[in-house]
Design a protein around this ligand. Structure first.
Ligand code: G6P
Length: 371
């Protein structure tokens, strides 16, 4: 009913708007009185965590894209090699796993069969398994050594939204905690990243206040058959997630590409009028912003209709943006928490305009409990 949906037309739209609170709830109570990170649910001893020499993140669907985002942060903060693998692939390829491997299973429902089978396999190889999960007492956290709950509240819509954002946040907490335990980052660096994370609920809320350009875009693009998404670094999994949402909800052929791979294939697809979303990294000390800016120029020069997600005051992108979706200023690693939101809304709105059941897309299930 409309009341259950909080006055929204779909659970998905309601859950998109719940993201500021969901992220705040993921962050709640993660400090002790001295400002140190405390993750009570990580029941693996600090000594064992110091011995970890490899992290493997396993997940399916949207959760796997949260894992891809997390890899950048976890390796950067902890200097522990971190792989991300689809749960359905991990189980059947004889992976190298042992007592000093930390397997992180990300699952909103905690019931996905492939992910469950993968952690069982990992535990047989004596790996430590930590679940990032939204559902209290679900099978995956019960069968893991440790768990970080995302506390996002129930997610009803089949397509994951607040699940995704809070999985990223929970993985970031894990990365910072490992950095603290292992001493790869100093307390003040951890504290400043935590402060940035604490500011994210307000930043996400401000993105949500300005959805008109995206809603209008959905109307303009309702008849499109193909949409491409480009991103680099953490913007790459954001591009993958934007494309997945369009496939799931609007049944549009959509692909996400690493912007740097453009000239190795995808650029051949660009033709006049093709819609291309480009996630532009924040301007910073690294070269990322300029690299993706030049990819934007390349697709625009070949006739693409560009939708550019960039910092609100990024004037350099303006000449190449048919539509600009402005984002608040944040550091690179946190940008996915903002850039994903308009892409979720775009897919939700486009599917609505096409008359699809947004909460229950054809052929999909909320939780895939068979292999
Ligand atoms: C299904 C859902 C997706 C979800 C995936 C993984 O495919 O439709 O939205 O991302 O399962 O689910 P999990 O509960 O393991 O995160």
């Amino acid at each position: 009913s409309a009341a259950e949906k909080g006055g929204f037309d779909w659970f998905m739209r309601k859950e998109i708007y719940e993201q500021p609170k969901a992220v705040a709830d993921t962050l709640l109570g993660r400090h002790d009185e001295n400002g140190r990170l405390t993750l009570d649910e990580v029941r693996i001893s600090e000594e064992e965590l110091r011995r970890i020499d490899k992290i493997i993140i396993i997940a399916c669907g949207t959760a796997s894209y949260a894992g891809l985002v997390a890899k950048y942060a976890i390796e950067h903060w902890t200097r522990i090699p971190c792989e991300v693998e689809l749960a359905s692939e991990f189980r059947y390829r004889d992976p190298i796993v042992g007592p000093t491997t930390l397997v992180v299973a990300i699952s909103q429902s905690g019931e996905t069969a492939d992910t469950l089978m993968a952690i069982r396999h990992a535990r047989e190889q004596r790996a430590r398994v930590l679940a990032v999960c939204n559902t209290n007492g679900a099978t995956i956290p019960r069968e893991s050594d440790a768990v970080i709950y995302t506390h996002a509240g129930p997610e009803i819509s089949v397509a994951s939204t607040k699940g995704f954002l809070t999985q990223i946040v929970a993985c970031y907490l894990l990365g910072l905690y490992l950095a603290q335990v292992r001493g790869t980052k100093f307390g003040d660096e951890i504290a400043s990243t935590m402060a940035e994370l604490a500011a994210m609920p307000d930043a996400i809320a401000s993105v949500l206040e300005d959805m008109d350009p995206v809603l209008k875009l959905a109307a303009d693009f309702a008849e499109e058959r193909v949409v491409l998404f480009l991103g680099r670094h953490v913007g790459y999994p954001v591009a993958l997630e934007g494309a997945l949402k369009l496939k799931e909800l609007a049944y549009i052929h959509a692909e996400g590409f690493a912007a740097g791979e453009l000239k190795h294939g995808p650029i051949a697809l660009i033709e006049d009028g093709l819609p291309v979303f480009v996630v532009i990294p924040p301007r910073g000390r690294d070269m990322l912003h300029d690299k993706v800016l030049s990819n934007l120029q390349e697709v625009r020069a070949r006739g693409a209709r560009t939708v550019v997600l960039a910092e609100a005051d990024d004037d350099e992108v303006l000449p190449y943006a048919d539509v600009l979706v402005p984002l608040p200023k944040v550091s690179t690693l946190l940008q996915p928490l903002l850039a994903t939101v308009p892409l979720q809304m775009f897919a939700c709105e486009l599917a609505t305009l096409k008359g699809h059941d947004v909460d229950q897309p054809r052929n999909l299930a909320k939780s895939v409990t068979v292999e």
